[in-house]
Design a protein around this ligand. Structure first.
Ligand code: NAP
Length: 300
């Protein structure tokens, strides 16, 4: 039997999409999550790796609670730096590639233009700092690593902005949404497609410059307010209620962690090296909304 792709991240958005897409394509996949795979219990990392004997690892597990991380730096560092570092050591020792997922929140958002991979990171909070430390640890430990920074991830299920808006919109005729933070919504299914394509290419012999840091998010950009309005426009096609969405400033919606005001990512390197571009965010949003309201819609 062919060695599987080991996907960490339990029932998280990306891990779920990766397993679904891999199965659709007939690729052997083993998805692991807590408690059997827990970055807080280092022995479980080695045990899960040994049990799977994978051909490649995708690390989609992370401490993603951006605000909670402000009060739990140790937990965030264990999950976002130390655990990925151990996975990277195991991959290096086994001579297999690791695809590790990171975030736009490694940047402070002051550039005023989309960030490229060579821009200097400057995280504004604990989550971003822990993810940056994880990127660096992974790249240092495993020469065959691909680190993908993505942004504003959503899926038909899970904890995400899309679900939060649909739930809030069903209960409230008016919502207030931050309109001065820019970024690119990314459908978990699109990112899963891209990751499995990269995995395939690595399996055929990596292209020149095929390892290292890459930006990978949905095409185009918007604000959280623009994202919310688009969600309700698409959901209205299925008869969902459309609340009034009032644009507000970040200062009017204080949170424990400061977010970057403009974390748009330039994804040109992924296109040049791997020939991969994620679809325009708005098209993917329409497909995801269709999948929520008409669950028989294929592929999402
Ligand atoms: N969500 C976003 O908007 C966003 C934006 C940029 C980048 N990213 C990155 O994209 C990747 C995938 O994120 P996602 O949206 O799929 O996140 P998600 O839905 O929050 O899933 C994360 C998964 O990681 C698991 N996890 C958390 N702490 C863990 C630990 N200590 N040990 C083992 N597993 C642990 C969680 O397990 P439980 O289910 O047991 O809690 C969860 O299943 C992450 O690297 C994230 O940093 C996400």
């Amino acid at each position: 039997m062919t060695a599987p792709i080991l996907v960490t991240g339990g029932s998280g958005q990306l891990a779920t999409a990766l397993e679904a897409t891999a199965r659709e394509r007939g690729l052997p996949v083993r998805r692991v999550g807590r408690p059997e795979f827990d970055f807080d219990r280092a022995a479980t990392i080695d045990a899960a790796f040994a049990a799977a004997a994978p051909a490649l690892v995708v690390n989609a597990a992370a401490y993603t609670a951006v605000d909670a991380a402000e009060g739990d730096a140790e937990g965030a560092m264990r999950a976002n730096r130390d655990g990925p570092a151990r996975l990277a050591e195991l991959c290096a020792a086994a001579g297999i590639p690791l695809i590790h997922v990171s975030t736009d929140y490694v940047f402070d958002g002051t550039k005023g233009a989309p960030y490229v991979e060579t821009d200097t990171p400057a995280p504004t909070g604990v989550y971003g700092a822990s993810k940056l430390a994880g990127e660096q640890a992974v790249l240092a430990a495993c020469p065959h690593s691909v680190v993908l920074r993505t942004s504003w991830v959503y899926a038909p299920a899970g904890k995400n902005f899309l679900r939060t808006m649909l739930n809030a919109g069903a209960k409230n005729p008016r919502l207030r949404v931050v309109a001065d933070q820019r970024g690119s919504p990314t459908a978990a299914a699109d990112l899963a497609d891209a990751i499995l394509l990269i995995a395939h290419r690595l399996g055929q012999g990596a292209p020149a410059d095929g390892f290292g840091l890459f930006h990978a998010c949905g095409g185009g950009w918007t604000t959280w307010h623009g994202f919310a309005e688009a969600i309700f426009e698409e959901a209205a096609r299925h008869g969902a209620p459309v609340p009034a969405v009032e644009p507000i400033a970040t200062a009017e919606w204080p949170t424990p962690a400061r977010r970057p005001a403009d974390s748009r990512l330039d994804c040109g390197k992924l296109a040049r090296v791997f020939g991969i571009r994620l679809p325009p965010w708005r098209d993917s949003l329409a497909r995801t909304i269709d999948a929520i309201f008409s669950p028989s819609t294929p592929g999402r």
